[in-house]
Design a protein. Structure first.
Length: 121
């Protein structure tokens, strides 16, 4: 059995680049222990613990539209809804190993899983 290490996602709003292009499609990899520990040494995190999520996401997001680099500045410019989406997505894939949600149909009460990678659409 292999571990899925890269998870595609679609942001609800998207990042706007300096030229006005919108980037919504991306991919996030599973985090390593170093991804979660290294940002704690960053002076921005030490002075503002809320900045941890910015550094962490910039380490694990491997692709976002056609942007050449994903760095903290890119994450800082996310809309609040996109940041919340990515935080939830990060937790889901790193705790569960997948991005699916267990749901129940409100009409028939049948239970099934849905892939959340495209919920931002």
């Amino acid at each position: 059995m292999s571990v899925q290490a890269l998870f595609p996602f679609t942001l609800p709003h998207g990042v706007v680049d300096p030229d006005g292009g919108v980037h919504r499609e991306g991919a996030m990899r599973l985090a390593t222990a170093l991804d979660e520990i290294a940002p704690l040494k960053d002076p921005r995190v030490q002075s503002n613990p809320g900045y941890l999520v910015i550094i962490l996401l910039s380490r694990v997001i491997t692709q976002l539209g056609s942007l050449e680099f994903i760095n903290p500045k890119v994450i800082e410019n996310l809309y609040a809804g996109d940041l919340a989406f990515l935080q939830d997505f990060y937790i889901r894939i790193n705790q569960n190993g997948h991005s699916r949600l267990h749901v129940a149909c409100p009409h028939c009460q049948g239970e099934f899983e849905v892939e959340t990678a495209s919920l931002g659409e």
